[in-house]
Write a protein that binds this ligand. Sequence first.
Ligand code: GAR
Length: 194
Amino acid sequence: MKIKRLALLASGNGTNVQQVTEYFQSNPDSGIVVDCIIYNRKEAYVATRAEKLGVEAFYMNKDDFFGGNRVVDLLRQRQIDYVILAGFLLLIPPSLLKAYPGHIVNIHPALLPKYGGKGMYGNYVHEAVVAACEKETGITIHLVDEEFDHGRVLFQASCSVEPADTAEDVANKVHLLEKEHYPRVIHQFIEGKL
Ligand code: GAR
């Protein structure tokens, strides 16, 4: 069986990167490896996490994504099969979509199509959910296309939002769902089960 190689793309803290990496590091029989991490903000803590996890990390700025072929060239050179977004906040450029059609997965911290689109990321999502007095929220894991938070949904899971919950409370609940489901859903998707 040919090993499937993942590149994880992140912009910030990197808890999802850590969870996905640890999952596949402790499941060598899966035939899936996290090959590298690409991040687009120099100061992002995900770079420190990558070092601790023993995974190579590459800094690429917006120009590297949109200006030339640096990102796609790197992915091809490292024989990457799937691109996994884990708190990655740039729109995916057409060159990358073309190189990996149907092979780019994202996690969004809400029940899409609600609370998606440009500017809706991280805590902004949870603040909007609380402001709208929603009774539930959750996570959506989906394929990536040319629009923000738009491609085919692979999986959703929900959690309650209580009247007294702050955005931080909601974020904590959503992070638990991400931890529970994202690595497993990626695994199932790559195995062709979703
Ligand atoms: C996660 O909650 C992820 O779902 C969200 O950013 C957070 C990153 O946290 N992604 C988006 O909002 C994408 N639109 P992390 O860096 O600790 O994984």
